[in-house]
Design a protein around this ligand. Structure first.
Ligand code: PLP
Length: 379
């Protein structure tokens, strides 16, 4: 595990504090989720729900709410008794799914740049990661490159759409083409859909399990941290066919045993919120996206406008850098802003080199301050 000893977020957040920078590095919102959900957590604590070990695979109310959420938004039918597993965040759900499905020496194929946890979790499982680069700058899945990357030891395709760090939302056509490869090679799929509710005008979130033939081989991952803006609560889940979820349940119960006590009841209420929560939530993030992306474009920073997530990407080459790491190490001193280089999310040292990621899940005044600082440094 030595290669996973430090994370870029620790280094860049420390640099942000040391330099008094606006931190657009780590992806967490700077405003908390709905009061109703917070009050539900407090009520659960007061009423003694979840203060002691809750049921091992999640409280029945939350499993029912997750199943109902998948039905309401996507038409996916799940049995909450057998097809849902609550976890300590999407993170633990992903780790448990990999530990369940990957044997020592198996290969896990993932698009790059990848979320850093994937690399570490594949190592924990004794597997090997195989990366397939998204197309540079446009960040679309390259289906032929995917097909070529799959070998006799490939067991799992680890998918992520909406995609962190690029903000790409894979289209139904792209997912259908990926599904054909999955079928050809008889793979299992872990589909990380943590940003399912953060998809902006003109795009739609298509769960991989909704592509014909994929429900029976896909473990879908969700996150209350992202969907309800409560990243500190660490409530996530895996859903899918009974046999795959049973395997995830076995490994997960030997990691944290149970998760999040009272927060599970609160998340159950949160997932049932009416459209009057979900629409303004998404619109607010879309406004923040536009604020940041328009601001960066006005400064002459070539920026890929994301279809989803918390993140936008800039190519730093026209700014006088050929390396995103060098840019990100200079930026706190030069401008008082922190960003994250894409190259830490790749194995190939050249792929991702010119790109940096900005988080826009911050209050508009924070984004405006970051843009003003960038303007002073680069304008
Ligand atoms: C944040 C994030 C997660 C982890 O979610 P938690 O619920 O906080 O554990 C998983 N996948 C992606 C792509 C993320 O950005």
């Amino acid at each position: 595990m030595r290669e996973h000893a430090s994370t870029v977020f620790g280094e860049m957040s420390a640099l942000a504090v040391a330099t008094g920078s606006v931190n657009l590095g780590q992806g967490f919102p700077d405003t908390d989720g709905p009061d109703l959900v917070r009050d539900a957590a407090i009520r659960a604590i007061r009423e003694g729900r979840g203060n002691q070990y809750p049921p091992v695979h999640g409280v029945p109310e939350l499993r029912a709410a997750i199943a109902e959420h998948q039905r309401r938004f996507y038409g996916l039918e799940l049995d909450p008794a057998t097809d849902v597993c609550v976890a300590t965040g999407a993170s633990e759900a992903i780790a448990a799914a990999l530990l369940a499905l990957v044997d020592v020496g198996d290969e896990v194929v993932m698009f790059a740049p990848w979320f850093d946890l994937y690399a570490a979790a594949v190592s924990l499982a004794g597997g090997h990661r195989v990366e397939v680069a998204l197309t540079a700058g446009t960040f679309r899945p390259d289906i032929e490159a995917l097909r070529t990357a799959i070998g006799p030891r490939t067991r799992v395709l680890l998918l992520n759409s909406p995609h962190n760090p690029t903000g790409s939302v894979f289209t139904r056509e792209e997912l259908t083409a990926i599904a054909a490869v999955v079928r050809e090679h008889d793979l299992w799929v872990i589909s990380d859909e943590a940003y399912e509710h953060l998809v902006y005008t003109g795009s739609e979130h298509v769960p991989f399990a909704s592509i014909p033939g994929m429900a029976e081989r896909t473990v879908t991952i969700g996150s209350a941290g992202k969907s309800l803006s409560m990243t500190g609560w660490k409530v996530g889940w895996a859903t899918g066919p009974t046999d795959l979820v049973a395997a995830v349940r076995v490994t997960r119960q030997h990691l944290s045993f149970v998760s999040s006590g009272p927060f599970q009841w609160a998340v159950a209420e949160g997932l049932a919120l009416p459209d009057s929560y979900w629409e303004p939530f998404r619109d607010g993030l879309e406004h923040q996206r536009d604020l940041l992306c328009d601001g960066l474009a006005a400064l002459g920073f070539p920026t890929t406008v994301p279809q989803g997530t918390y993140f936008a990407t800039t190519d730093v080459r026209p700014l006088g850098y050929d390396d995103g790491w060098a840019f990100c190490r200079d930026l706190p001193h030069r401008a008082g802003v922190v960003a994250i280089p894409h190259e830490v999310f790749h194995d190939d040292p050249d792929a991702g080199k010119p790109f940096v990621r900005w988080a826009f899940c911050k209050r508009p005044e924070v984004l405006e301050e970051a843009l003003a600082r960038l303007d002073r440094a680069f304008g």
